[in-house]
Design a protein around this ligand. Sequence first.
Ligand SMILES: [Cu+2]
Length: 158
Amino acid sequence: MIAGNRWISTAALVLVFAIGVACGDDDDDTGTGSEPTQTTGEATELTIAASDDLKFDPSELSAKVGEPVRLLVDNSENSALHDWTIEQISVDGVTVEGGSDAAGHDAHASDPNLHVAVDGGESATIEFTALEAGTYEFVCTVTGHAEGGMTGNLTVGE
Ligand SMILES: [Cu+2]
């Protein structure tokens, strides 16, 4: 009985999703309430926390080709500046809100495609749209942080 109800609600959810896809309409306000991510406007909202223990949480993020992502980099629980950087990724529509303009924190040699630095006690957002599928390593470029474990992967799917 319970399994039957679960199957029916899953089928209904799939149907709602299929209708949404068929209409080509990005209206995600159908109130299904079961998606793992939230959307505001068109961007998928993700959050990643930096830590002075030199970790990102989560260390795995995922996105889809052509779908805007709005990533909140939460450094509010820390005292040190951290950044979130992907050196090479094909992206479009990159905007950064908040974020530190502190000079000299980045150790990378070239201009990264995605980069947002955040002062300790602050948060900032970076919005972007990935254009090619793949797995891209993100790091904190503050000297010694990536080496200390402050890395992760963004997986971009089709
Ligand atoms: Cu760091």
